[in-house]
Write a protein that binds this ligand. Sequence first.
Ligand code: TMP
Length: 198
Amino acid sequence: MKRFVTFEGIDGSGKSTISKGVYEKLKKEGYDAILTFEPTDTELGKIVKKCIEENYDPVVTTFAFIADRIQHVGEIKKWVKDNKIVLCDRYADSTYAYQAVQLEDIIENPIKWLKELHDRFIIKPELTFLCVLDVDKALGRIKNREKLVSFERKEFLEKVQKNYLHLASLERERFVMIDASKSVNKIVDECMVKILER
Ligand code: TMP
């Protein structure tokens, strides 16, 4: 069974619905699971949201995401130690995929730089579900959201998705690709099998 599982994908890919569905199913089947997310709902998470909504400098935004994550990792480690199954809706791969796009003209090889920044401070997920959906479809799903942030543009999300696929190609053991156009129930069942297998 996996103890630390993350859900990744572009905005509108459905990962929040999927992670919630998996969480509910695990609980229903009697597992001690916890569902958490990033950016968190702490004071640090609020700063992160401000950075996104008010288009702060990309380097500042990057460090805000990392600060929020390092604090969160402390909690995640405790939950894992308590033998819970920790499901996290977005984690370090979000920073590698999104901030690498923001930093593409500022830092050489931003994914490598971001990974090195994280290395000492985070724990690695055992399993990462990457929800893959066509960018137009994903944008169609979120077009009615109240507040669209600057990341939710086609050109930007195309690059984010490309980064995600690249990250997955580097770690085929950890990443499980999910065809997010399938029904939520089917996807949830697929995730359950992967989480519960040895
Ligand atoms: P959310 O919609 O999943 O709550 O995430 C808010 C936005 O923040 C979303 O557009 C993805 C973005 N994001 C990053 O750019 N980097 C990160 O590390 C995380 C966790 C989220």
